[in-house]
Design a protein around this ligand. Structure first.
Ligand code: ATP
Ligand code: MG
Length: 575
């Protein structure tokens, strides 16, 4: 391919809206193009990368005996109403209407559709197990689309659904998918961790996230260097700290002016923050069970919203911080001075650690006042007691007790044991060996294909541009022709181009009528793994050979350069 014939418009300037390296570089290299917020298109080079990632996914999925299908992005509301998610999914669900005023959505994921296929087309144990997947465009009307392909409103996902007779079958399907995903991310050149993830109401170690390690990642990972514990912070179990078993003292109301924060309160009373109780107040939308919720954790702890949502068994998006004035009138809470003893008409959720903590300081539900010596059981009780804590660096590992470490990651994939949630709500049953009706046991699995593309760039770039791993590079070799008016140089560059093509390499020849500096800058920006520069020494068949990841280039004969390029690419093209 000659660059002079190619659609390519690289940018020197950093685009104003881009904050992170992958977003900046993908835009500058003209790999992606923004249409509106959170909606991107893929230009020729970017599209080639996308195809490579997809091919890796297909190879590994097919190796597991999975079958590719392709479903529509448009999904009828009826299926979502059956599963209960038409209301449960929340505002991210991109709802549309047709001309007859019928409701549809643009699929954010496809559990309903695949369950519908299964209930219509799988009826006997003889047809099981099955693994169906697709690589297809998804829509989520994200609250804050950002970071380019990392959190977009339209994105490409590989989603897979497995159907088994029983949980043992699902365990095996899950293992196979976990293995396939590990291979896929390795082949894409990512450094990642597979970590236990929150799986909502289903619980257990039923889900793992694959996180590409990166400082800009939105997933916080807690892991242990002494054992194999690795989990998202949403999921990681926190150990209750054993507190000294003091005798319970009598409650005492104290005047604590202007001590709305735990820090101020602890300083004012001269106590440790861990001797105080922190209150967090929430309103729950559309719940028949709860309207207001007061959650309590130790003063030095942070509340984990996912754990709270799970404890309440409501979706996370249904919980929001309460309007304290409105809530105060109904429940007795007082902004900055709320404690568990003076509340009524709201659900009290208490972190398990507090149930063993003695003589704590809590808000008095009275302006400028707190109460000393508050004790669980004697002075207040929780409607729900659960681990509500957010793990932090240095906390004891829930498995072995060693101090945990924290890292950031970009969630590029997730695997999930669904069990019978959808097969029961949507009645996807099969007949077993004894002709008995049983619900299909399902797993679902997803890779953010476009997000993966960004994650690769986050991990593989320098100040000058992208450094694609060979397995996903848009082209393998770029031949930089220094002077496109020099016949000798042109002839050698074309010869190398044709010879490499004949050897199955993917090659571009930068034959544009541009200064050499511009061409070098573009080659670095585009991140093609091998550069062969044909310049002044072309008459002697000497060229410059440089790997994108290396600093220095080396003079070689054209023959040597071609042989080395082929060896290098062949060794790395599978990833
Ligand atoms: P997140 O927590 O980042 O919002 P999620 O857990 O809701 O993601 P899943 O439902 O697990 O996402 O979707 C499977 C995969 O799709 C994710 O692992 C991620 O790689 C990708 N993905 C999800 N949302 C987006 C998005 N808005 N833009 C790009 N990729 C996404
Ligand atoms: Mg996920």
């Amino acid at each position: 391919m000659k660059l002079s014939n190619m659609h390519l418009k690289t940018l020197r300037e950093v685009p104003a809206e881009a904050e992170i390296s992958s977003h900046i570089l993908l835009l500058r290299a003209n790999m992606i193009r923004k249409l509106v917020s959170g909606v991107y298109g893929f230009m020729p080079m970017g599209n080639r990368v996308l195809q490579k990632i997809q091919n890796i996914i297909r190879e590994e999925m097919d190796a597991k005996g999975a079958q590719e299908i392709l479903m529509s992005a448009v999904q009828p509301a009826e299926l979502w109403q059956e599963s209960g998610r038409w209301t449960a999914y929340g505002p991210e669900l991109w709802r549309i209407k047709d001309r007859h005023d019928r409701d549809f959505c643009l699929g954010p994921t496809h559990e309903e559709i695949f369950t519908d296929i299964a209930r219509n087309e799988i009826n006997s144990y003889r047809q099981l197990p099955q693994n169906l997947y697709q690589i297809q465009t998804k829509y989520r009307d994200e609250k804050r689309p950002r970071f380019g392909l990392i959190r977009s409103r339209e994105f490409i996902m590989q989603d897979s659904y497995t159907f088994d007779k029983d949980w043992e079958g699902l365990d095996e399907s899950y293992r196979q998918m976990y293995d396939a995903y590990s291979k896929i991310f390795t082949r894409c050149g990512l450094t990642y961790r597979a970590v236990e993830a929150d799986s909502g109401a289903i619980g257990g170690s039923n889900s793992h996230e694959f996180c590409a390690l990166s400082e800009i990642g939105e997933s916080q990972i807690a892991y242990c260097e002494h054992c194999d514990m690795a989990a998202t912070d949403e999921r990681a179990v926190c150990v209750d700290e054993a507190m000294p078993q003091e005798t319970e003292l009598a409650m005492e109301e104290v005047y604590t002016p202007d001590t709305k924060s735990i820090e101020d309160l602890a300083a004012f009373l001269g106590v440790e923050e861990k001797k105080t109780i922190k209150a967090l107040l929430f309103a729950v939308a559309d719940s028949p069970k709860y309207q207001y919720v007061a959650a309590f954790v130790r003063g030095d702890r942070e509340l984990n919203m996912i754990k709270l949502a799970n404890a309440l068994d409501v979706p996370e998006h249904a919980i929001d911080f309460a309007d304290e004035a409105a809530m105060g009138a109904e429940t007795g809470c007082v902004g900055g001075f709320t404690g568990p003893t003076g509340l009524h008409d709201c659900v009290i959720v208490v972190d398990s650690e507090l149930t063993k903590a003695k003589n704590m300081v809590a808000g008095a539900c009275k302006v400028d006042h707190h109460i000393k010596n508050v004790n669980y059981g004697r002075d207040y009780k929780g409607d729900i007691i659960a681990d509500l804590k957010l793990i932090k660096e240095g906390d004891p590992c829930p498995k072995c007790g060693a101090p945990v470490k924290m890292a950031r990651g970009i969630e590029v994939g997730q695997v999930f044991k669904l069990g019978t949630k959808y097969s029961e709500s949507m009645h996807a049953y099969y007949k077993d060996e004894n002709m008995e009706e049983k619900p299909l046991v399902m797993g679902c699995y997803g890779i953010g294909v476009t997000r993966t593309m960004s994650a690769i760039v986050e991990q593989h770039h320098d100040d000058n541009g992208i450094i694609w791993p060979v397995s996903v590079a848009p082209y393998h070799v770029i031949i930089t022709l220094v002077n496109s008016k020099d016949e000798v140089q042109c002839a050698l560059a074309e010869e190398i181009h044709d010879a490499l093509l004949a050897k199955g390499m993917e090659v571009i020849l930068d034959d544009r009528d541009e200064r050499a500096g511009v061409k070098f800058k573009d080659a670095d920006l585009l991140g093609i793994p091998v550069r062969i520069t044909v310049g002044k020494k072309a008459g002697d068949r000497i060229v410059e050979y440089k790997l994108r990841r290396d600093e220095a280039s080396v003079d070689k004969t054209a023959e040597e350069a071609m042989a080395d390029a082929v060896t290098f690419i062949e060794a790395n093209r599978r990833g």
